[in-house]
Ligand binder design. Structure first.
Ligand SMILES: NC(=O)c1ccc[n+]([C@@H]2O[C@H](COP(=O)([O-])OP(=O)(O)OC[C@H]3O[C@@H](n4cnc5c(N)ncnc54)[C@H](O)[C@@H]3O)[C@@H](O)[C@H]2O)c1
Length: 353
């Protein structure tokens, strides 16, 4: 094995590892830049199936055994949310750099412990916010950095599914995931908006989360399948929130896994005094004295976000470069998420420190 090949291990080989992470690590393997030397899952048949399919010889049912048996350059944590912090910390302590799926963790306390562990081990840690790596996001980011939007003051994000409760894993169970659409899909749109706006510091959030019918036996979950047990559903299915940042910037956001709306929507608008931006389609909307202008970037070939994020992380580890999604930025996103849940429970705005 060439010396500069990164030794990679994946912990939690369910849907996202199978569909995105492993194919892209194998792509790097084919290029001679990495090698997947171990996979781990607590479900024995799953780890065997994945090992066969992706030709990974070492298959483990315990992360402790896996980390003891080899020195990994990179551990990719793809378990459900509950496993993110403990497995990340364990992997960092073993000497690996860690890419961990979103959300960073279940709460702010866990995020702080992960950052502490990365600092102590002097290893890289990055949360897999793949939307930051999509072409559309990069184009808008470039325009914002160039100053095309002028002074940014507001963002509005919506990720609303009419019937899209993810039922194949444990997203709908609070002790496994912490929450529903706020932490599952809200984390994407909030992270993207905050990154695009230059990471202003959040100072307060107000929100309301609702569990209106995700747990009802008569619910038709047509878009995403009928494969979850209704009585286990103990997270929210809808949420609306308002976030304040330093520099007079605000954001409103609405997310749902299931809502009685005409059709599912995904949108992010960012407003500046010179122009506004949307990410879907990627476009800038400005004005002159006599005209309104629209610049669309959707003719660009789209790059798959997970693919680019994995290539980026491998490059950062291989060449000792800083990661795009800094763990301190992910901590700020988790603060917002925690504040939305707390605000909903207490029925008031929560200050963020
Ligand atoms: N970036 C994205 O767009 C995106 C999309 C889907 C999921 N995700 C995230 O990826 C994570 C996994 O989601 P999924 O849909 O793949 O779930 P999944 O249930 O299909 O896969 C998770 C796997 O982790 C395994 N696991 C749990 N605890 C473990 C442990 N201690 N050691 C080893 N294996 C363990 C489970 O057995 C399961 O096979 C979630 O945190 C989710 O938020 C991200």
């Amino acid at each position: 094995m060439a010396k500069n090949k990164l030794k990679v291990g994946v912990i939690g080989v369910g849907a996202i590892a199978h569909d995105r992470h492993l194919p892209y690590w194998k792509e790097l393997e084919a290029e001679g830049r990495a090698e997947v030397i171990g996979v781990c899952d607590i479900i024995p048949e799953r780890v065997e199936m994945i090992g066969e399919k992706f030709e990974v010889e070492k298959r483990y049912r315990s992360a402790t055994v896996m980390l003891r048996n080899a020195d990994y350059d990179i551990i990719d944590v793809c378990t459900q949310n509950r496993g993110h912090a403990p497995l990340t910390i364990q992997a960092l302590e073993s000497g690996a750099n860690v890419l961990v799926e979103k959300p960073m963790a279940m709460n702010v306390k866990e995020c702080r412990e992960m950052i502490q562990a990365a600092k102590k081990a002097k290893r890289k840690l990055m949360v897999a916010q793949h939307q930051r790596f999509e072409t559309r996001s990069e184009q808008i980011k470039e325009a914002i950095v160039r100053g095309d939007l002028g002074e940014i003051y507001y963002a509005h994000g919506q990720v609303l599914r009419r019937r899209g409760i993810p039922g194949w894993a444990k997203f709908h169970i609070k002790k496994e995931s912490r929450g529903g659409p706020v932490i599952d899909i809200g984390v994407h749109v909030i992270d993207l908006a905050v990154w695009l706006m230059g990471c202003p510091k959040p100072i307060a959030a107000s929100g309301k989360v609702y569990r209106m019918f995700g747990d009802r036996d008569d619910l038709c979950n047509a878009e995403w399948g009928e494969n979850y047990t209704r009585k286990e559903f103990d997270v929210e299915d809808f949420a609306s929130a308002f976030i304040r940042f330093q520099n007079n910037i605000t954001m409103s956001v609405q997310v749902s896994w299931a809502a009685n709306i005409p059709e599912s929507v995904e949108s992010l608008n960012i407003l500046g005094d010179k122009a506004g931006a949307t990410t879907i389609p990627p476009a800038i909307y400005g004005y002159g004295r006599d005209a309104l202008t629209s610049t669309r970037f959707d003719w660009l070939p789209e790059q798959e976000g997970h693919r680019m994020e994995i290539r980026h992380f491998a490059e950062c580890v291989g060449k000792n470069k800083p990661v795009r999604v800094k763990p301190e930025e992910s901590l700020e996103i988790q603060k917002i998420i925690d504040a939305i849940y707390e605000s909903s429970q207490k029925n008031r705005e929560i200050l963020i420190r």
